[in-house]
Design a protein around this ligand. Sequence first.
Ligand SMILES: [Zn+2]
Length: 126
Amino acid sequence: MTFLKKLYSILKFKCPRCHEGDFLEGKVYQFSKMGKVKKKCSHCNLKYEIETGFFYGAMYVSYALGVALGISVWVLQLLFLPDASPMTLFLAIVLSVILFYPLLYSLSKIIWINFFVSYKKSNTSK
Ligand SMILES: [Zn+2]
């Protein structure tokens, strides 16, 4: 169940502690606010940047997501375009990484904070 609670927070981009407040300042593909995380939760006041540079750790998650995306594109290419050249595969992976970059960037941050903050049902205190 803990996994499902974390998945809810991740997929909805909600506060990992209360699931009420928004995690991002804007939308995922809103380029002016791309990947910008709010200072704290509007509902439970959880400070999102737990310590200075906290979200640097999200680059490990971002790397894993990028590799998963590359493998997914490779498998799709094997299934639907088995005769495509390696250059086509390379371009498809580069294009998919560019297209999904805003999503991966935001996802990596919310996944990272979910490693450290757990859901608490009725926590509305500061
Ligand atoms: Zn909250």
